[in-house]
Design a protein around this ligand. Sequence first.
Ligand SMILES: *Cc1c(COP(=O)(O)O)cnc(C)c1O
Ligand SMILES: [Zn+2]
Length: 382
Amino acid sequence: MSYFTHLECSRCTETYDPDVPQNLCTNCGKPLFARYALDRIAQSWDKCSLSDREPSMWRYAELLPVMDTQHIVSLNESMTPLLPAQRLAAFLGLEALWVKDESRLPTGSFKARGLAMAVSKAKELGLTKLAIPSAGNAATALSSYAAQAGMEAYIFMPKDVPPFNRTTCQLTGANVTLIDGLITDAGKIVAERKEAEGWFDVSTLKEPYRVEGKKTMGLEIAEQFNWELPDVIIYPTGGGTGIVGMWKAFQELETIGWIGGKRPRMVSVQAAGCAPIVRAWQSGATEAEPWVNAHTSAAGLRVPQAVGDFLILEAIYQSGGAAIAITDDEIREAMTTLGAHEGILACLEGAATVAGLRKLVAAGEIQPEDRVVLFNTGGYQA
Ligand SMILES: *Cc1c(COP(=O)(O)O)cnc(C)c1O
Ligand SMILES: [Zn+2]
């Protein structure tokens, strides 16, 4: 049973009615967060109850925004494994390393978590036409979940997205528009046209529930580590929904008393050709300037500007984390490093975390005894 109560602005704390579709805060333009009756959850939900539940992201129903489970739109979002990476750890001089392997999720990437949640909530709210600007994988995920729900999906993405994303959107019957530009340009088109067309905009963090889906990565990690979080989490960051979601998960888990105050250091990895968060972190800024001429073959990292920039940076600063940029050549080398040591076939974005880890170990920022988790956010694509 969900204990979802209301939406609240992540910046100015203005509250919003959860029974109507909402986008950004109308007061300050920042993302809205789902809030829960955490005090009541603390009293009534025992973590032992998890052992009887199905191993999927929906097992955390109390902390999820879907009120009636009949509205869940699912392609089977199984919990993803935390693969021990012992040979890679030894190669890098670490004692304990894991890869959270998100490549097994439906639609080929962890975007499934966010879009399964957003489409389920859209169904609960009676929406039928969903529009999305995407760098690639979010489009594939929305198309698939919209098809499963019998809804219409309107996709806007760069014309040079990976062919996998173009093909999968067509196979699942979405309305696809390829644009000459980046995800931010696609976002402008959706914003301009959505009212006249009657579309609901499910842009990441401009819609409050995708982050709740990605929050389940943090809930799963906490459970898989038996409620003792690791020391470092390394995450390939585009829009930052995953890092923001995990950070929110940890705060909620602490408030309900399931974990203590210790947090992993949150590390954002970005591509050298598009690293707005890294640049902001290096200069100690709390917001990121848009990146001009963004380019990288890691499509999920080609996000020149994120509405949740201040939330990503907050998680990095509060956790004592870091942000690091990796070249495309380093990413390709890291794919082989991960493949050859662990047999894990990573996406470019996932491989970037291996390259980031390598640099942070070399710089002495990560110590041999640190327990580290890398995120492989999607499957290998030829
Ligand atoms: C979208 C995406 C990312 C970036 O995720 P955010 O949560 O938006 O930062 C990383 N890897 C892959 C494979 C993606 O599709
Ligand atoms: Zn606000």
